[in-house]
Design a protein around this ligand. Structure first.
Ligand code: AMX
Length: 466
């Protein structure tokens, strides 16, 4: 049975933000550096737009549902609205209308410290739909640095976990336990009016994102280093650089890798397991910590985020069996053996994409710049030339091309972050940006509890007979 992956749609844009964000229509209208002020201004307009849109087109049919879709992981069912990004099968992800190469040209970088995009700027774009100025991205850095402290009970819990508990389980449990800090849960318990929900979800989202690097660094240092406390947040450093330093990596190029990594893994429209789960759990008005930890549990599945770990496990097995230099024929046989033993080739295929993932290409470009002669990079490039033809020959996978996870591990290995079981935690830190940006808008638009209709097979047979 395939995994759940319905299609998400962006709403029609307002006049102010129309032009579908092609390069000629770059949107950066606002000057405020306060994201909450921006939202307070924007939300009433967007609410009005949605009400009018639904009034006019609420009964308009936008698609059909087949029996195969119902048994087949809801693939292709148009069933969600997600504002932050849209995934085109041929072209890949567009964050609020902007492709990754367009973002690379438009969004703020760390200035003198590096050329890669700041995830803070991408977050501003995801939330607002506008390309931020440097001052707006820097304001997010400032906010997150201020909100980063983690309560002692969570630190103690992490320190008490056994070393055989997977880093993703630790990460998810720590995020759940952080809900002691939830401003939304507190306000709800005190009877806050529903029109104010988004304000508390915003506060929790900003706190949660700010705290994730510290949680992730504690897990890393406990499992793979001496268990010492991560260094303190430095207000002069950006989110990624602080994270890199807390992990114990001082190389400026590693901070660059983190900036790129944390930007490109952030969002992939609304139907993927981690985003959809966060949205679903949030629809029950579970607070952002509970909602996102549920999403993290989905990300921990090998068909979703854990694929980045799986790729490295698979590559390590390949190197152990075949040695250093491998011929195309040896690779060909190894890949076929993987398929014949009933396993997937990790890092290849996708539920929506039908071309090479631009996030793969972006990481390949980073590798060409920073590690062009790395043997593992060369192996990954060699595999890229061989796997698609084999998957096509096998004739099952609808997309034979690599996804984001085929390339991330090789970059981390190069910088000596070799603990592959940890890789999905990095994905999780980044995924919070998209999930939280969407959750703020879910509550701002008053989206209700999610409850699709399900059938049993006899019921479905009756329905079909009609
Ligand atoms: N290797 C071998 N077989 C594959 C394959 C791959 N990389 N990708 C798809 N297939 C198989 C499926 O298992 C399925 O087989 P079945 O008919 O026996 O069940 C068949 O091809 C049809 O699958 P599909 O419609 O092309 O894919 P899907 O939408 O059901 O699943 C995905 C998508 C990503 C789960 C699948 O391509 C896969 O398992 N890839 C490997 C794992 C991976 O890289 N996951 C990460 C995805 C990105 C992410 O979320 N981080």
């Amino acid at each position: 049975m395939s995994i759940v992956r319905p299609v998400a749609f962006r709403l029609l844009q307002t006049n102010k933000t129309c032009l579908s964000a092609t390069f000629s229509g770059i949107r950066h209208a606002s000057t405020t550096t306060n994201l909450k002020d921006f939202l307070a201004d924007e939300i009433p307009q967007k609410q009005k737009e949605v009400i009018e849109f639904r009034k006019q087109y609420g009964n308009t049919k936008v698609g059909e549902i087949t029996v195969d879709m119902m048994y087949g992981g809801m693939r292709g069912i148009k069933g969600l609205v997600t504002e932050t990004s849209v995934l085109d099968p041929e072209e890949g992800i567009r964050f609020r209308g902007y492709s990754i190469p367009e973002c690379q040209k438009l969004l703020p970088t760390a200035g003198g410290k590096g050329e890669e995009l700041l995830p803070e700027g991408l977050f501003w774009l995801l939330v607002t739909g506008e390309v931020p100025s440097q001052a707006q991205a820097d304001a997010i850095t400032h906010e997150w640095n201020k909100r980063a402290s983690v309560p002692n009970h969570v630190i103690n819990m992490l320190n008490d976990f056994p070393s055989n508990l997977h880093p993703m389980s630790q990460f998810s449990a720590a995020i759940t336990a952080l809900n002691s800090e939830s401003k939304f849960a507190k306000a709800y318990a005190e009877g806050v009016h529903k029109s104010k929900y988004w304000e508390y979800v915003y506060e929790d989202s900003m706190d949660l994102i700010a705290k994730l690097p510290t949680l992730a660094a504690i897990i890393y240092r406990n499992l793979y280093r001496d268990g010492s406390t991560p260094c303190a947040i430095d207000p002069k450093k950006d989110w990624s650089q602080n994270f890199a330093h807390m992990l114990g990596y001082e190389d400026p190029d590693f901070s660059e890798l983190m900036r790129m990594y944390l930007t490109i893994h952030s969002d992939h429209e609304g139907g993927n397991v981690s985003a959809h789960t966060t949205h679903l759990v949030g629809s029950a008005l579970s607070d952002p910590y509970l909602s996102f930890s549920a999403g993290i549990n989905g990300l921990a599945g090998p068909l979703h985020g854990l694929a980045n770990q799986e790729v490295l496990v698979w590559l390590t097995k390949l190197q152990k069996e075949l040695g250093g230099e491998v011929s195309d024929q040896q690779l060909h046989d190894f890949i076929w053996n993987t398929l014949k033993s009933g396993q997937v080739v990790p890092g290849y295929g996708h539920a929506v994409l039908r071309k090479t993932d631009p996030r793969y290409t972006c990481q390949r470009e980073f590798a060409l710049k920073h590690l062009p002669n790395d043997p593992l990079f060369k192996l990954v490039s060699q595999i890229y030339k061989i796997v698609p033809d084999i998957l096509l020959e096998q004739g099952k996978a609808k997309n034979p091309w690599p996804n984001v996870d085929a390339h991330s591990g090789v970059l981390l290995q190069y910088f000596n972050l070799r603990e592959m079981n940890y890789y999905t935690v990095l994905f999780g830190v980044s995924r919070a940006l998209g999930c939280m940006a969407s959750l703020i808008w879910d509550r701002a638009l008053g989206l209700p509890i999610e409850r699709p209709k399900s059938f049993d097979t006899p019921g479905l047979k009756k329905l079909v007979a009609k």
